[in-house]
Design a protein around this ligand. Structure first.
Ligand SMILES: [Zn+2]
Length: 306
């Protein structure tokens, strides 16, 4: 048995999983932000409650994994900067003792989601896969030969920070022209707001100043010309990034997650059409581009599988 914990700014979710990632039970509690001792106590209580619910002794748990938002040190199992949690330098290595004697693993929430989708979701059975999350930023994770690839500093998988346009849009990382500055949901909205500010006519005008990505997708569905142009540009930019990943990694599968992946086949069809011609391919087997299938459970299952 394994336990996965998803540490979020508003809630702490925990799941009990079998060794193959099958999810057996879930529980959650509000996050005590700014209270590290309280948070550790809550995590242990959740783990104990899950064991109680399924009649499992804590010593039957072989691994506990935590997906954290922010920077961390894998070796010491320490959250270094947890801005959303209001706490820094929190070591989780002994947070579950004495009841649980297994090791505690840590990774970021995007890497956990990638591992979850590779274990039990859209890329189940794929040995090599990439996850690209299209949310506030563009994040993701890299799975090579069934294992999470984390690099020499444990922080690999920053999919959003490849430059697709030299001297392009400013990115949150300090560089210019990163994929994130074009393909995040926030960037999609930024371009729409900019077009409206320039006086372009659109159904979106009535929501100017407080647009979200879903409103733009809905406007595409309603036949809005500006929304269609913005969406086509979005897909072209994203396809440049996806094609580069595919050419480097040749994964069996690229899984798209995050809010925009909710647009499903309507996003996948243009992306496949634009991405595949830019890639090196084989006659036999090529990379599939699909949407995530586990939703919020991906992070929980992935954390359990760390
Ligand atoms: Zn960047």
């Amino acid at each position: 048995m394994r336990i996965g914990i998803d540490l979020g700014g508003t809630s702490v979710k925990a799941a009990l999983c079998e060794e193959d990632g099958t999810l057996l039970a879930k529980q959650s509690t509000p996050t005590r932000t700014g209270d590290a001792a309280g948070l550790c106590a809550d995590m242990k209580l959740l783990a104990l409650a899950l064991c109680g619910e399924r009649g499992i002794a804590p010593n039957q748990v072989s691994s506990i994994g935590i997906g954290v938002p922010g920077s961390f040190d894998k070796e010491t199992c320490t959250l270094k900067f947890g801005t959303n949690l209001g706490m820094n330098n929190v070591c989780f290595a002994e947070a579950f003792q004495p009841e649980f004697s297994c090791t505690v693993q840590l990774d970021n929430d995007a890497n956990c989601a990638a591992l979850g989708e590779a274990t039990a979701g859209a890329a189940k059975d794929a040995r090599n896969m990439l996850m690209v999350t299209l949310g506030t930023g563009v994040g993701g994770g890299i799975i090579i030969d069934g294992k999470l690839y984390t690099g020499c500093n444990g922080i690999a998988g920053e999919m959003g920070h490849i430059v697709i346009q030299r001297d392009g849009e400013p990115c949150n990382c300090g560089r210019k022209g990163c994929l994130e500055a074009y393909a995040s949901a926030a960037a999609f909205v930024k371009f729409a707001e900019r077009a409206l500010a320039e006086g372009r006519e659109s159904l979106l005008s009535k929501n100017a100043g407080h647009l979200d990505a879903k409103m733009i997708c809905d406007a595409v569905d309603a036949g809005d010309m500006l929304a269609r142009v913005l969406f086509d540009e979005y897909c072209e930019n994203l396809s440049n990034g996806l094609a580069s990943y595919i050419n480097i990694f040749q994964p069996e599968c690229v899984v798209l997650g995050g809010g925009l992946a909710g647009y499903g086949e309507k996003l996948l069809e243009p992306l496949r059409r634009l991405t595949i011609p830019q890639t090196f391919r084989s006659d036999k087997r090529n990379t599939e581009i699909v949407c995530a299938s586990l939703g919020n459970d991906a992070g929980l299952i992935g954390a359990a599988m760390l």
